[in-house]
Design a protein around this ligand. Structure first.
Ligand code: SF4
Length: 358
């Protein structure tokens, strides 16, 4: 079943409203508890036609493709849109969509705090969680606290399963291609937890075994697109041992909170997420995180998928590559545009990098 079909079924058979969510971090448990089905918009595969007229030429392709989806009328299944405050580009997109293109659907905004995190940041985040829930109530009806608690528990189960999947991959105990791995973990972008949990359990049960014995690398960046890089690594027998993708591990991997208060649990879990450029995490934290991930997973090099014009990543990556290289971890930085495939030149650079690692 495609995403569109799944989301249509959520509406037609289960009476849920669908909320299109732009990258990256948001408390999906609140949406679940309100009966809203989140449909994340990262990289819709559309030809660029109308969005460019509303955006600067130096905007990232994630924002461009997201706007394209709306301009081409392909987001009809969505009843509303949510814009987390991920970066200036998403902020600009929120203004374009909410104020200029005349989209007749409600838009909501979520402002999470940026590092460094002191006590005021934690109080602020709790406030933001509650105000998002209140803002969504006119669309979705009143929030039931018991239901929020149940959905937070489901979110923790999803995190536990993601943790196991990542752990087994890092240990070389997951027998699936790189392409299949990301196809599976990206189901979390739209599956409701009632479906996501059995899906992830099934994936874990079906992917037992051993990873191919080739080289192991760590991927970093915003999201695993263009997917042709994954296929190239598969063809070369190279296993992705760990990742530091904003769309994946930077949102999926956290230790569940023990708090019985769902608001508190959501807050603690947000502050326990891995460091991220979009949250202003100190570079040292990112460096330590990458080094530890590489060591634990046996990755011998890092490939940065740099979405062209992604400002938060562009601030960090030059320093990260330099520091990682100094510590003996070779790096390759690729400038990519989502859904634009892999040029021959890029493929050659990847192959040369892997040869050098070998
Ligand atoms: S790719 Fe970078 S600039 Fe674009 S939306 Fe994502 S974080 Fe923002």
């Amino acid at each position: 079943m495609t995403r569109q079909e799944y989301l249509r079924r959520q509406k037609e058979e289960l009476g849920r409203k669908v909320c299109g969510v732009f990258p990256a971090q948001y408390p999906k448990e609140i949406l679940w508890a309100l009966g809203l089905a989140p449909a994340e918009i990262w990289d819709p595969p559309l030809a660029s036609e109308q969005a460019a007229a509303h955006l600067q030429p130096y905007i990232c392709s994630v924002v461009r493709q997201g706007l394209e989806l709306l301009m081409q009328g392909q987001a009809g299944v969505c009843d509303a849109f949510l814009f987390p405050h991920t970066c200036d580009s998403i902020q600009n997109l929120a203004s374009v969509v909410n104020d200029y293109i005349g989209l007749d659907k409600p838009c909501y905004f979520f402002y999470h705090p940026k590092a460094p995190y002191g006590p005021p940041a934690r109080a602020y985040y709790l406030e933001q969680l509650k105000s998002l829930a209140s803002a969504l109530e006119p669309l979705a009806g009143p929030l039931d606290l018991a239901e929020l608690k149940r959905r937070v528990a489901q979110g923790q189960e999803v995190a536990r399963l993601h943790g196991q999947i990542y752990h087994r991959r890092a240990k070389g105990e997951l027998n699936c291609s790189n392409a299949a791995f990301y196809q599976a973990v990206r189901q979390g972008e739209y599956l409701f937890p009632d479906d996501l949990i059995p899906f992830l359990e099934g994936f874990l049960a079906g992917a037992g075994g051993h990873a191919p014995r080739g080289q192991r690398v760590l991927l970093s960046g915003v999201l695993p697109n263009p997917p042709e890089i994954l296929s190239l690594l598969d063809d070369l027998g190279v296993a992705v041992a760990a990742d530091d993708f904003l769309a994946c591990s930077r949102r999926y991997l956290f230790a569940p909170s023990a708090s019985s208060d769902p608001w508190q649990a959501l807050s603690e879990q947000y502050f326990a997420l891995p460091p991220c450029s979009s949250k202003g995490s100190p570079i040292q934290e990112r460096l330590d995180y990458l080094l530890a991930s590489a060591e634990q997973s046996g990755a011998k090099g890092v490939i940065f998928y740099l979405v062209k014009f992604c400002e938060p990543e562009l601030f960090d990556v030059p320093i990260l590559t330099e520091e990682l290289k100094k510590r003996g971890l070779p790096c390759l930085a690729l400038d990519v545009e989502i859904n634009q495939g892999l040029s021959g030149q890029m493929a050659t650079r990847v192959e040369a990098f892997l040869e050098m690692l070998g």
